[in-house]
Ligand binder design. Structure first.
Ligand code: GDP
Length: 462
């Protein structure tokens, strides 16, 4: 390791202690003082500044440890390998003879939801070594089908001919199987998200902090290739915007989602995190303009944001938001707008959104394919990352907890089924050994990554 790296590592250790000295001293003093509210606010501001400094230093560590180029090359290589395996799977030498899986793009939901439906089908195909056939005639975003907007998911094999189609899971070994929606499977196969392939896991974890979403991002990368006309429409819209870095992406999902599947969040709830991002960035470099790319399905948000936050520059297309806000959201026109939004959100340095929305999750998954590791480049105001219909998501205890406060007890190695993070230092979950449900100090647990022995596609060179 370089001298800079060692110095930075020691600085982080020492400044973490400094943070504690500060908090301990100030709060002990405040106990005896009047004017508590004002004093506590000053302390909070100070802690915020020290936290940003610590995080900023930690983010510099990988730039100094001497492995940065290695991580970049490795991320590109593993992504390339997955893409070549998918290409191999999707282009069998003899299509007529190949085992197939049929995925119907007739789910009556938004584009993010439909993308995730195809991702689920493609993972299923990869796990069972079947070529995926996408049936998309009558698709709500283009009546003629997926292939009229995006490149087909196979160059050579797009039909099951006249072979008999059997619904999975009535049988597992018919030549041509068709899939139901992920939400209606009762016995979920273990290879479904958030599982990742065992043969790649130890490569992915060395460059990425959230391999599950990286893996899903790879599926999106394979599927989502706009045809020339669509790509041009996207490029033309983007060219009109002054998209420059640094920039923070904000996705505000409102309209039909609010009150049914998610809570309403005020613009200031998002902006707190945008401000925090820029305050941290300014510790290491000057920021001339605090730029925000705002994507939303609420036609009024852009104007509202501009009037409430005049010191920020908001980029966004009011006409895209307007279309997204109405019943026209399921039309070809809205698709161009949404692809612009997704593409730009995924290009931002940081993303503030609600993971209850599939649009927010797709943006993050796309971010994961745009860079080596996007796992610390977002904040979700509500849910932790998930894939709709996923298998149980556990955390594993890495420190014991005696459950002396309102929290539950656990031992090192216990698996805890996760309901959510409350973003206050605690989350909620169920200890699978004791069945106790309650609060858990998040820092005493780590994500439990599920490795599944997917086929290794030895025919595709490493
Ligand atoms: P979810 O309902 O938010 O989980 O995501 P879906 O993709 O399933 O459905 C929401 C639909 O609303 C999208 O497909 C879009 O048509 C529209 N929409 C939501 N947010 C945005 C946005 O930021 N920009 C655009 N252009 N459309 C959006």
């Amino acid at each position: 390791p370089t001298e800079d790296y060692e110095n930075l590592r020691r600085r982080i250790y020492s400044n973490t202690k400094e943070l504690w000295y500060y908090v301990h001293h100030e709060l002990t003093k405040v106990i005896q003082e009047d004017n508590k509210a004002e004093k506590i606010q000053t302390i909070l501001d100070q802690i915020g500044e020290r936290k940003r400094s610590l995080l900023s230093d930690q983010q510099s560590l990988p730039e100094l440890d001497g492995y940065n180029e290695w991580r970049q090359a490795e991320a590109a290589n593993v992504s390339d390998l997955v893409q070549r395996r998918l290409h191999y799977l999707q282009n069998p030498p003899d299509c007529k003879d190949a085992r197939k899986l049929i995925c119907n793009l007739n789910k009556g939901c938004g584009f993010g939801c439909q993308l995730h439906h195809i991702v689920y089908c493609l993972i299923f195909a990869y796990a069972t070594e079947r070529t995926l056939i996408l049936n998309s005639k009558g698709w709500r975003y283009n009546n003629k089908g997926w292939e009229y907007v995006f490149m087909p998911i196979s160059d050579t094999c797009t039909s099951a001919y006249d072979d008999k189609v059997v619904m999975w899971p009535v049988t597992y070994d018919a030549k041509v199987l068709a899939l139901t929606f992920i939400d209606s499977i009762s016995q979920k196969p273990k290879f479904l998200p958030l599982a990742i392939p065992k043969d790649l896991a130890h490569r992915i974890t060395r460059f990425n902090g959230d391999p599950s979403s990286w893996w899903i991002g790879q599926m999106l990368k394979y599927i989502l290739k706009p045809r020339q006309a669509m790509q041009k429409a996207i490029n033309d819209t983007i060219a009109k915007m002054n998209f420059k870095k640094p920039i923070v992406g904000v996705h505000i999902r409102r309209t039909d989602k609010v009150g049914t599947e998610a809570a309403f969040h005020h613009i200031h709830e998002y902006m707190v995190h945008v401000k925090d991002y820029y305050d941290q960035l300014e510790l290491t470099r000057p920021v001339a303009v605090r730029r925000v790319y705002l994507a939303t399905d609420d036609a009024n948000v852009l104007e509202d944001a501009r009037s409430k936050y005049p010191s920020y520059e908001f980029l966004g297309d009011a006409s895209i938001a307007k279309t997204a806000a109405t019943h026209r959201r399921y039309t070809p026109l809205s698709l161009t707008g949404l692809l612009v939004d997704l593409h730009l959100l995924a290009m931002c340095d940081y993303l503030v959104c609600t993971f209850s929305s599939q649009v927010g999750r797709v943006a993050y998954e796309m971010m994961q394919t745009n860079r080596v590791d996007a796992s610390d480049s977002f904040f979700s105001l509500d849910d932790i990352y998930y894939f709709g219909g996923q298998n149980a998501h556990d955390r594993v205890a890495v420190m014991p907890n005696d459950g002396a406060y309102q929290d539950i007890s656990f031992q090192v190695g216990d698996l805890i089924g996760i309901a959510g993070n409350h973003w206050n230092g605690y989350g909620r979950g169920t200890n699978k050994r004791t069945n106790m449900n309650g609060l858990i100090p998040w820092y005493k647990t780590a994500d439990h990554l599920v490795l599944y022995p997917f086929p290794e596609y030895k025919q595709v060179p490493l």
